[in-house]
Design a protein around this ligand. Sequence first.
Ligand code: ADP
Ligand code: X2W
Length: 273
Amino acid sequence: MVQDAIDRDAKATARLFVMKCGGSTLAALPDSFFEELRDLQADGIQPVIVHGGGPAISENLTKLGIESSFVNGLRVTTEEVLDVVEMTLAGSINKAIVRRIQGSGGLALGLSGVDGNLITVRPVDNSAEVGLVGEVTGVKAEIVTGILALGYIPVIAPIGVDAGSQRYNINADTAAGAVASHIDSPQMIVVTDVPGIMRTIDGEKVVLPSVTVQEIEALIASGEIYGGMIPKVRAAIDCIQGNVSEVVIVDGKEPHVLGRVLQGEDIGTRIVR
Ligand SMILES: Nc1ncnc2c1ncn2[C@@H]1O[C@H](COP(=O)(O)OP(=O)(O)O)[C@@H](O)[C@H]1O
Ligand SMILES: CC(=O)N[C@@H](CCC(=O)OP(=O)(O)O)C(=O)O
């Protein structure tokens, strides 16, 4: 009987997954991606979305004539930059994702980490260099599970608040990893614009089917993992030290990509302990 209860619990948590959608790929995601999300939701699976939008933020900053730069993959964020980050992430991008899910017949509810103090942060260690960028200190899991219990897919924009209600910009990969850890999601799926972590072997580019934490450190040290892939693998390493057992990096344009990952098919790169 005890075993039955354990099996039931395992089944219940296995239905939950966090998905990070990168700004590099959002506009290119086909309708079939959102239709699959709708079907998964109808089957009782509980996706939680954390999204990025870096390219759209940069575009809006340029339009407004506001200069911005990156230090180690983090956007140097002033209050002026944060106005644009918030209007882009919590505004147009968040609502575009919600509309696409609803347009396919699914149910979604958008919010940012500010709403209900969902994501609390403190300034990152190098805040003297990057400004108002936050490191996650807490996630109110009950808000996420409450939205899921209402039958909606939570769609979360990566902006956090501190105890004094100051808002902060958070890298979307980092925010997704923190959400996955705090809600005890067994899996995090990172949807991006490449088919996984790639490496050149004998002059040919190949996708690594699976990598360990140690292999990742070596690939960063050799320069084979660089740029936007670094925060993804760092977030993956952080969350697989906890209750998340695997992180899968995939290309959102692959047909039926979510179902294939959930069924354990060899697709993309699996990051395991
Ligand atoms: N080893 C690697 N394999 C695949 N992509 C890599 C690798 N190292 C760096 N990248 C880069 O990481 C990018 C994905 O990161 P990014 O552009 O930030 O995506 P997103 O917007 O989805 O967060 C790829 O387009 C590629 O240019
Ligand atoms: C602190 C920091 O750099 N925040 C990111 C948040 C968006 C993001 O991470 O979007 P992608 O996933 O599309 O890169 C930024 O301002 O661009």
